[in-house]
Write a protein that binds this ligand. Structure first.
Ligand SMILES: Cc1cc2nc3c(=O)[nH]c(=O)nc-3n(C[C@H](O)[C@H](O)[C@H](O)COP(=O)(O)OP(=O)(O)OC[C@H]3O[C@@H](n4cnc5c(N)ncnc54)[C@H](O)[C@@H]3O)c2cc1C
Length: 378
């Protein structure tokens, strides 16, 4: 068996990469170790419509679930503020169907997809897989966070997300709960699918995510669980090298999800597309510089924003619950209005800067004095 490109991992990054490679007339095989594309779904499904458009996806009726109208943010002591998100056009999508929709795009362009087929290792002239050796010129690693676990554990948090029926879930309203004791360095979340149905999750450093989520759910009130997911998330930003020789790394495997929220549909998807385009050019020219363009272009688009998100994350990890409560006291209606009206879901450090740039917290002021904060604001 021979293909120009073999891609390990049939999710958003791998499939978009395949779509681009096939669109340029090269042969490409996607290997997915699970028995179905899009399943198991380890995603909250929050994405902006602008991001989907940029990824070349017009969501089908089955894929699009509904628009998110507001985000309600809670402090450890139960203080809260609300950000309107209508202008930012953020949707909750069905990730299982989204991945299948991209698989169909890739197939229509000429890509081949095989499920229940695993990549095992790289060989001298291709890859070894559960169906034997396959020769290829380029190998794409799109295996998600699982590809990073053995390389670097320090950027990984454990997460748990349950799909539940609960009458306290309100259509169109995302909820985010900060508590550094329960979810250190991250938060708990509620993402509605409709009234009374949604995804509830937690992530945090060195926590038992299942216990933390059960405790959160029991405090919220009555619920029934219909699905459970436990998955690692990566919060350390992009790895150093996306390309080495004929191996190209894309998506979560390259650390391309947001360091603040671990959201990756957009930035991992763009990674897949840029990699696919660079690989196609390289296959035509044989010029390595064409392949290296992939990392340069991804960094140009996301590099600065991700650096700022990493700094914002460092600051969050240093804040204790009392300081977070004080920061909430300092959030004014004007700041919330500005964020609701102007800010961007995909490049959201400007919102964080507005929220952190407020007066009134001694510890936050101390942090603001440090070089990190100066860099963040620059
Ligand atoms: C709980 C949770 C909630 C999230 N919520 C959101 C959200 O609301 N919005 C958002 O934008 N992002 C969210 N994300 C992040 C988003 O899901 C990921 O960033 C995105 O899926 C990364 O895509 P990927 O293609 O790089 O990797 P993945 O989606 O992880 O896919 C990797 C694929 O590779 C396959 N694979 C692994 N090893 C092999 C192998 N050896 N051979 C063949 N196949 C293999 C896997 O089965 C999998 O299908 C969330 C993540 C988690 C964990």
């Amino acid at each position: 068996m021979y293909y120009d490109v073999v891609i390990a991992g049939g999710s958003i990054a791998g499939l978009l990469c395949a779509r681009e490679v096939a669109n340029n007339g090269h042969s490409v095989l996607v290997l997915e170790e699970d028995y179905e594309i899009g399943t198991p779904e380890h995603c909250g499904g929050l994405v902006s419509i602008m991001a989907l458009e940029e990824l070349g996806i017009i969501p089908h009726r089955k894929t699009f679930v509904h628009y998110i109208e507001s985000a309600e943010i809670f402090s450890p002591a139960g203080k809260r503020f609300s950000i309107e998100s209508k202008k930012q056009k953020v949707a909750e999508i069905n990730r299982r169907d989204l991945d299948k929709q991209i698989a169909l795009q890739a197939k229509k362009n000429g890509a081949e997809i095989r499920v229940k087929t695993s990549f095992k290792e790289i060989t001298d002239d291709g890859v070894n897989t559960s169906i034997g050796n396959i020769k290829c010129k380029i190998i794409v690693d799109a295996r998600g966070v699982s590809a990073l676990i053995n390389k670097d554990r320090t950027g990984i948090l454990s997460s748990a997300q349950y799909e539940v029926y609960a009458d306290w879930i309100k259509n169109g309203r995302v909820e985010v709960y900060f508590d550094q004791k329960k979810y250190p360095g991250f938060f708990a979340w509620i993402i509605p699918s409709s009234d009374g149905v949604g995804k509830v999750g937690v992530a945090g450093r060195a926590i038992n995510a299942a216990d933390a989520l059960e405790e959160f759910l029991s405090r919220k009130g009555s619920y029934s669980t219909i699905r459970k997911i436990f998955a690692p998330i990566w919060i350390k930003g992009p790895i150093d090298k996306f390309v080495s020789k004929n191996i190209v790394i894309v998506g979560d495997a390259a650390g391309q999800s947001k360091p603040t929220t671990a959201g990756g549909i957009f930035s991992c998807g763009v990674g897949g597309i840029l990699a696919g385009q660079a690989i196609s050019k390289y296959l035509e020219s044989g010029n390595e510089e064409d392949l290296n363009q992939y990392q340069k272009l991804w960094n140009k688009k996301f590099g600065k924003e991700f650096e700022k998100q990493l700094l914002a994350r460092k600051i969050l990890e240093r804040l204790d619950n009392a300081t977070i409560d004080k920061l909430f006291d300092s959030v004014t209606p004007e700041i919330l209005k500005e964020i609701s009206n102007k800010d961007d879901f995909d490049f959201h450090t400007s919102s964080i800067i507005k929220l952190l740039g407020v007066k009134g917290s001694f510890k936050a002021a101390q942090i603001i004095m440090t070089g990190e904060m100066k860099n963040l604001l620059s």
